[in-house]
Design a protein around this ligand. Sequence first.
Ligand SMILES: [Zn+2]
Length: 318
Amino acid sequence: MSRALSAAVAIAAVLAALVIVANTALTGIQLGELKLGPVLGPAADPNFVPAGAPLGQIGSDPDDPSDPWSAAAPPGGVIVQTAAPNATGSLRIPIPKNVPTGPRRVAIQAGHWKSDEAPDELRRLIPETGAEWEGVTEVEINLDIAQRLSVILNSKGIAVDVLPTTIPVGYVADAFVALHADSDGVGENSGFKMAHGARRGPYEDALLNDIKDSYGAGTGLDYDPIHITNSMRGYFAFNWSRFQHAVAAHTPAVILEMGYVSSDDDRALMLDRADLVANSIADGIMKFLNDTPRSQIFGHDLVVPAFPSRPSRPSSSP
Ligand SMILES: [Zn+2]
């Protein structure tokens, strides 16, 4: 055998061995009765659903592209746990792999900022540029308060991401606060509003209540529970089952409508006393972080109710 040929045979043997190793890593190896599974964490579970794969029904109209038919698994995937046949069961969301290390990390989203840069899955947000009243735009208020809040939190040793409309895929932090300001179109309503999503971690009520208390006390604004909307509770950034560009389910996340730009008093507060507004939010975030260690937020997999399974589509043929 020539030297070149024996080298080629040796390379072929190595490649064949690599293929066997790779296949074993994916499928596990069967040794008689003993099945040695691949060591891939949650992904090895037979009920693991990878990122982006369907999870159940959330839409009501399969023919309406703006009403997606199926929930999808978030980055990192989920494990479907069904108690009994036809039971809805639950979803287990593994602890994210990219839990921050170092200083506590908080995201402040400036609502509507750079909405024109939304990715395809969020294209319906592109024309949603926010409220406007007497030449004052909501987005300029949101961004101004977000930047002031970032400086205040930095001075307390907190790492801050000021985020635009587009959230990084599967975003993970110790807390996420979306800032908005509302308009009622007539100038009558005053006050602030808050909400969080569903099928998320257990610390969102605490984050919401800490900010609600500090914001109300600091600004003197009344809380306006009557006008909290489904679009606040179903805010796209909370909606990991529908969008990959959403805040990871473990990350405590709330939306704060800081006041009404359409109210003369609320608008004056947000424009002329912006530092007070920012400090009032910062106080609530700091209380939450001090009361809620990172090890607690990211200590366990989350178990949330599953989505209903997909009913069979009515046949269009007679
Ligand atoms: Zn808004």
